[in-house]
Ligand binder design. Structure first.
Ligand SMILES: [Zn+2]
Length: 98
Protein backbone atom coordinates (compact mmCIF):
# COMPACT_ATOMS: atom_id res chain seq x y z
CA UNK A 1 0.00 0.00 0.00
CA UNK A 2 1.39 3.39 -0.94
CA UNK A 3 0.87 6.50 1.10
CA UNK A 4 0.58 10.02 -0.29
CA UNK A 5 1.83 11.44 2.99
CA UNK A 6 5.19 13.15 2.92
CA UNK A 7 6.31 12.86 6.53
CA UNK A 8 8.95 15.25 7.77
CA UNK A 9 10.48 15.93 11.16
CA UNK A 10 12.01 19.22 12.21
CA UNK A 11 12.93 21.05 15.39
CA UNK A 12 10.61 23.78 16.66
CA UNK A 13 12.25 27.21 16.22
CA UNK A 14 10.71 28.39 19.52
CA UNK A 15 11.31 25.55 21.96
CA UNK A 16 13.38 23.01 20.04
CA UNK A 17 10.85 20.17 20.44
CA UNK A 18 10.55 17.74 17.57
CA UNK A 19 7.72 18.43 15.15
CA UNK A 20 6.48 15.62 12.96
CA UNK A 21 4.02 16.20 10.20
CA UNK A 22 3.13 16.05 6.58
CA UNK A 23 5.04 18.39 4.28
CA UNK A 24 1.81 19.24 2.44
CA UNK A 25 0.28 20.86 5.54
CA UNK A 26 1.22 23.59 7.98
CA UNK A 27 3.44 22.31 10.76
CA UNK A 28 2.91 23.49 14.32
CA UNK A 29 4.42 22.67 17.67
CA UNK A 30 2.23 20.84 20.17
CA UNK A 31 4.58 21.80 23.02
CA UNK A 32 4.59 25.60 22.67
CA UNK A 33 1.91 26.13 19.98
CA UNK A 34 4.38 27.76 17.61
CA UNK A 35 2.78 28.35 14.18
CA UNK A 36 -0.61 27.10 15.38
CA UNK A 37 -2.23 30.02 13.54
CA UNK A 38 0.19 31.11 10.83
CA UNK A 39 -2.17 33.65 9.27
CA UNK A 40 -1.84 37.30 10.17
CA UNK A 41 -4.77 38.54 12.25
CA UNK A 42 -7.29 40.41 10.18
CA UNK A 43 -7.67 44.10 11.01
CA UNK A 44 -10.92 45.00 12.70
CA UNK A 45 -13.23 46.99 10.47
CA UNK A 46 -15.78 49.06 12.31
CA UNK A 47 -18.03 48.56 15.29
CA UNK A 48 -20.02 45.66 13.81
CA UNK A 49 -16.85 43.66 13.18
CA UNK A 50 -15.56 44.39 16.69
CA UNK A 51 -18.91 43.34 18.19
CA UNK A 52 -18.99 40.17 16.08
CA UNK A 53 -15.46 39.27 17.14
CA UNK A 54 -16.23 39.96 20.79
CA UNK A 55 -19.28 37.70 20.63
CA UNK A 56 -17.33 34.96 18.86
CA UNK A 57 -14.50 35.22 21.40
CA UNK A 58 -16.97 35.06 24.28
CA UNK A 59 -18.76 32.02 22.86
CA UNK A 60 -15.43 30.35 22.14
CA UNK A 61 -14.14 30.89 25.66
CA UNK A 62 -17.44 29.68 27.13
CA UNK A 63 -17.31 26.53 24.99
CA UNK A 64 -13.67 25.95 25.91
CA UNK A 65 -14.58 26.22 29.59
CA UNK A 66 -17.39 23.70 29.20
CA UNK A 67 -15.19 21.25 27.32
CA UNK A 68 -12.31 21.69 29.77
CA UNK A 69 -14.59 20.81 32.69
CA UNK A 70 -15.06 17.40 31.11
CA UNK A 71 -18.81 17.33 31.56
CA UNK A 72 -20.90 15.72 28.86
CA UNK A 73 -22.02 18.32 26.36
CA UNK A 74 -25.78 18.35 25.95
CA UNK A 75 -28.14 20.34 23.78
CA UNK A 76 -29.35 23.51 25.44
CA UNK A 77 -32.92 24.64 25.82
CA UNK A 78 -32.23 28.37 25.92
CA UNK A 79 -33.59 31.27 23.89
CA UNK A 80 -31.15 30.66 21.04
CA UNK A 81 -32.25 27.02 20.76
CA UNK A 82 -35.94 27.94 20.74
CA UNK A 83 -35.32 30.58 18.04
CA UNK A 84 -33.36 28.05 15.98
CA UNK A 85 -36.22 25.54 16.23
CA UNK A 86 -38.77 28.23 15.27
CA UNK A 87 -36.68 29.25 12.25
CA UNK A 88 -36.26 25.62 11.18
CA UNK A 89 -39.99 25.00 11.51
CA UNK A 90 -40.75 28.09 9.42
CA UNK A 91 -38.36 26.93 6.69
CA UNK A 92 -39.87 23.43 6.67
CA UNK A 93 -43.38 24.88 6.67
CA UNK A 94 -42.58 26.93 3.56
CA UNK A 95 -41.22 23.80 1.92
CA UNK A 96 -44.34 21.83 2.84
CA UNK A 97 -46.62 24.58 1.55
CA UNK A 98 -44.77 24.72 -1.78
ZN1 LIG B 1 7.73 24.53 20.23
Amino acid sequence: MTSAAEQITQACPECGAGIEGDRRFTLWCASCEWNIDPAEPEPERGRVDRARRALARGYGEKLLGEVAQGDALAARRDTSAVLAYALALAVHAVTAVL
